[in-house]
Design a protein around this ligand. Structure first.
Ligand code: NAD
Length: 439
């Protein structure tokens, strides 16, 4: 039986029926062959091996059934030449195993690309936990069990993947997770972590907007109009940055009145036209302006919304803005819209937390350097490098950024080499998948 198109719960039941708790799919480093730990996961391994969109030679995908939560936990490791895999853990609903695994494959590669372009010595990783049907994922006891299990899972993986916060995971969850493992970042400041990254993410995206405007010969942000989808945490601080840069107008839409009230209260003098819209409303895409900033959710640029766009630049904070990366990138290019790939513009979230173990400094120069125009690996210079490559090759900035990121992802960590792969080899050799989860 193939589990690829079956519900996640079916895979959980099948693994348990074999008296197992763990399974993995790895790419054998020498042969490049995709291997499954057990026959029960073979159909998923076969589907991964046959995929050419999201599977890109990932070093490993690890699965564990949480003892306390009975959830399917996963960790996806793309490449670890630059360092251990790093990226957040997503707690989300998935209809079938394919969606669950694809999200892990796609997002772990995306994190690797973001880390490499940012010059961080980290590889690409992502955690994905499937919400259990019939359980309230907001219930504090359910969440506590999930994140205790996820922390134990991280400890069992010995650091080939180092987790962090992501969609569906809250700061309080990170406290629970941190109680069971050291292989995490994004822990609260009260426990020595880095805290809320939204302020820096907003500044980073604004720096990318400036690079895009300059590349098109349109000058600075002064006097410009910025259109935003979403008025949440990143947009809140983006409004502040844009006001400081003397924009003429900001048009924003959100589905939540509380968010609109908050931004209006905090910045009463901002030239902000903020609108409440019903979920699914796309009128904001047609607003005229200089930059459109997708700051809400992913997959919003698609055949319906791209023809509506009325700005020469798209540059925002949301991850995976293109519903279909190839189709929608081409459509933006055909419309002569400069699309700044999210993994180029929104790096400050991971920059803020990735190196927590090196301690913290007020206005940390290691972090703020990413926002400086002079820094070769900073956001501004990286954007300019990618735009220049795209202009001379006639390809899209997303294609150029992706190739550059893949090149950089293969640089070996100067001290630890390909440590992540060594850890995976050791886990596999040590019978990780036969062992019971850590209690
Ligand atoms: P957030 O949840 O605080 O804000 C998102 C806002 O979008 C919310 O106010 C929500 O009501 C609104 N929204 C959702 N769907 C909408 C729709 N269809 N139309 C209009 N508004 C809608 O999230 P955030 O922290 O501001 O992050 C924004 C995006 O950037 C997210 O996709 C996030 O994954 C990404 N991101 C954030 C960071 C960070 O540091 N916070 C870093 C990297 C990427």
């Amino acid at each position: 039986m193939s589990y690829w198109n079956r519900p996640v719960d079916d895979l959980i039941d099948a693994i348990k029926k074999e008296n197992l708790w763990r399974a993995y799919i790895i790419t054998e480093p020498k042969s490049g062959e995709v291997m499954a730990s057990h026959p029960v996961i073979q159909s998923v391994a076969d589907a991964v091996a046959a995929d050419t969109r999201d599977y890109r030679g990932h070093e490993g995908c690890f699965f564990e059934i949480g003892r306390e939560s009975d959830h399917l936990l996963s960790a996806h490791v793309h490449w670890t030449m630059r360092g251990q895999a790093a990226g957040g853990v997503r707690y989300w609903s998935y209809d079938q195993v394919e969606d669950f695994v694809r999200d892990g494959l796609r997002l772990s590669r995306g994190m690797g690309q973001k880390n490499a372009l940012a010059g961080l010595w980290w590889g690409g990783g992502k955690g994905v936990v499937a919400r259990r049907k019939g359980l309230d994922h907001r219930d504090s006891e359910v969440r506590r069990a999930v994140y205790l299990d996820y922390g134990r899972f991280m400890t069992g993986l010995c650091g080939c993947y180092v987790t962090a916060e992501d969609a569906g995971t809250m700061p309080d969850d990170m406290v629970v997770l941190f109680s069971k493992t050291r292989h995490t970042t994004c822990i609260p400041q009260t426990l020595g972590g880095s805290g809320n990254p939204s302020v820096l993410t907003a500044t980073g995206v604004v720096v990318a907007m400036e690079a895009a405007l300059e590349h098109l010969g349109r000058g600075s942000l002064e006097g410009k109009t910025v259109v935003m989808q979403g008025l949440g945490n990143v947009s809140l601080y983006m409004v502040k940055e844009l006001v400081e840069r003397k924009v003429a107008k900001i048009v924003g839409a959100d589905i939540n009145q509380t968010m609109i009230d908050r931004v209006k209260q905090m910045f009463p003098d901002a030239p902000l036209d903020a609108r409440l819209v019903p979920a699914g409303d796309v009128t904001i895409f047609g607003e005229a302006g200089d930059v459109f900033a997708p700051n809400a959710v992913g997959a919003i640029l698609n055949p319906q919304t791209i023809p509506m766009l009325n700005t020469p630049i798209v540059c925002g904070a949301a991850n995976n803005q293109l519903e279909d990366p190839d189709r929608d990138d081409d459509a933006l290019f055909a419309r002569d819209i400069l699309y700044v790939p999210d993994f180029l513009a929104n790096r400050m979230g991971i920059v803020n937390c990735a190196n927590e173990q090196y301690g913290s400094i007020e206005r940390d120069p290691a972090i703020y350097a990413h926002l400086e125009r002079e820094t070769p690996t900073g956001i501004y210079r990286r954007c300019m490098e990618v735009f220049a490559r795209a202009s001379s090759s006639g390809r899209t900035p997303a294609d150029e950024a992706s190739d550059l990121a893949d090149e950089l992802s293969q640089e070996l960590h100067p001290v630890w080499g390909n440590r992540g792969q060594q850890i995976i080899d050791d886990l596999v050799g040590g019978g990780w998948a036969e062992n019971e989860p850590i209690r």
